[in-house]
Design a protein around this ligand. Structure first.
Ligand code: OSB
Ligand code: MG
Length: 370
């Protein structure tokens, strides 16, 4: 299969509520929607880069540049016999995993549509349902956080993750634990601490947290290994894992016991499968993170989570927690039992509502195979 056209649209969607982490406060979601076409069939994927480089180094501007000037030409030169060939074909381009993932995922989605099967089938997953968890951002105060967590528990979510940062950590976790003694609960620091705060982080050990996610540097595994030796709470890495090899190295070094995989952070589905396999081979749980995706990226995450190593609920929650009106119909919904149904239609399996996409698009580039 030869790609004959690739497009990128820049899409902006208002968020229903601001999402605050240790590194920023997001009020609107802006992303590149990448589409790849061959022989009259088109696949679509969402790039997880943001307007700023505060989570990881890429931005929507760097992703558009790297796609246009490097990745799309490499993809046009390829005669694709399977989507897993894309990531190795991109290897001369160092880093830029989010840009790589967007194009690679669009080709997987195209592949599934050509075959007329749901994405999970080409990924090697299964149908049925997945368990759903939520990520709760930093709130105004403790009362607001408790209200938010209560609402998510009442909605049926199977586990709750709360964002922390220095000054807004131990007391908040203590308050949540006081109210919900048995709740599967975890925290995510997005690199807000340093190893010299290990004694402070150790105070979280008494709250039976499932894990603490990415407490230290975004590109570190050595300090995380030192921290993990001192904590009973499992460390989970997010930002630090950008490939299957990164997952292998982190687990072998003892830098974490659990891995968060985001397809967009590891170069696409083949990278995500490599992370999944590296964890599974070592008996380490892996779960699927999120990047406030619209339904297009959200559904890609649903399909990925049907692989057998996903033994913990991830961060894939209902569209309605983020968007008044999602770009897919039906939107992603969560049952009162805290599950999401795995789509059975071709590709991502829900229809993309193109008039909504076009209304939210302020830039559209099309590249054709020379
Ligand atoms: O660290 O997991 C993270 C959102 C944006 C950037 C980083 C992270 C997150 C989330 C939200 O935690 C997960 C979601 O609901 O999509
Ligand atoms: Mg995280």
């Amino acid at each position: 299969m030869r790609l004959d056209r690739v497009e990128a649209r820049r899409v902006t969607l208002p968020l229903r509520f601001p999402f605050e982490t240790s590194f920023s406060r997001t009020t609107t979601k802006q992303f590149l929607l990448v589409s790849a076409s061959a022989d009259g069939v088109t696949g679509h994927a969402e790039c997880v880069a943001d307007v700023d480089p505060f989570y990881l180094p890429e931005t929507n501007v760097t992703a558009l540049h790297v796609l246009r000037d490097f990745l799309v030409p490499l993809a046009f030169a390829l005669d694709v016999s399977h989507p897993r060939e894309l990531l190795p074909a991109f290897s001369r381009v160092r880093g830029h995993e989010m840009a790589k993932a967007a194009l690679e995922m669009a080709v997987w989605e195209l592949w599934a549509r050509r075959e007329g099967v749901p994405l999970w089938r080409v990924l090697g997953g299964r149908g049925g349902e997945i368990a759903s968890g939520v990520s709760v951002g930093l709130q105004r105060d403790e009362a607001a956080l408790l209200d938010k967590v209560s609402a998510e528990v009442a909605a049926g979510y199977r586990r709750v993750k709360v964002k922390i940062k220095p000054g807004r950590d131990v007391a908040l976790v203590e308050a949540i634990r006081g109210r919900f003694p048995a709740l599967p609960l975890m925290v995510d620091a997005n690199s807000a601490y340093t190893l010299d705060q290990a004694d402070h982080l150790k105070r979280l050990d008494r709250f039976s947290l499932m894990m603490i996610e990415q407490p230290l540097g975004w590109d570190d595994i050595v300090d995380h290994a030192a921290l993990q030796r001192r904590l009973e709470t499992p460390v989970c890495l997010d930002e630090s894992i950008r490939s299957g090899d990164d997952a292998r190295r982190a687990l072998e070094l003892g830098a974490c016991r659990i891995v968060n995989v985001k397809v967009g952070r590891v170069g696409g589905f083949s990278g995500a499968i490599a992370v999944h396999d590296a964890c599974r081979a070592r008996g380490a749980p892996v779960w699927c993170g999120g990047m406030l995706e619209s339904g297009i990226g959200r559904l890609a995450n649903v399909h990925l989570q049907t692989l057998p190593g996903f033994t913990l609920p991830g961060d894939t929650s209902a569209s309605a927690r983020y968007f008044e009106e999602d770009l897919v119909d039906p939107p992603v919904v969560v049952s009162p039992a805290g599950t999401i149904a795995v789509p059975e239609g071709p590709g991502i399996g829900h229809a993309i509502v193109w008039p909504r996409v076009e209304r939210a698009t302020d830039l559209h580039e099309t590249w054709r195979r020379p």
